[in-house]
Design a binder for this molecule. Structure first.
Ligand SMILES: [Zn+2]
Length: 84
């Protein structure tokens, strides 16, 4: 008996680039990862620069899920204000 092959339909969707420009070293090396904090139920975003000579990292928390780009904008604003 031949097995019926299920055709997997893949919806092609353009994914936005997951890397952002680093406000410190200026390279397209910022990656954003997020997870839910089990204790506070906050969404924790970790922004990290992939450039090893830069190593900029920041953690941002929000009570609700946010778009990466919003988090990134806050991160850049914060960075500009801190003047680090
Ligand atoms: Zn950097």
């Amino acid at each position: 008996m031949g097995r019926r092959r299920k055709k997997v339909l893949r919806i092609s969707r353009k994914t936005l680039p997951k890397v952002f420009a680093c406000p410190h070293c200026g390279m397209q090396t910022i990656r954003i990862t997020s997870h839910i904090d089990e204790t506070s139920q906050d969404t924790v975003f970790l922004l990290a620069c992939g450039n090893t000579t830069c190593n900029l990292r920041r953690e941002l928390r929000y009570p609700t899920k946010r778009a990466d780009i919003d988090v990134y904008n806050t991160f850049v604003d914060d960075f500009a204000k801190a003047g680090a």
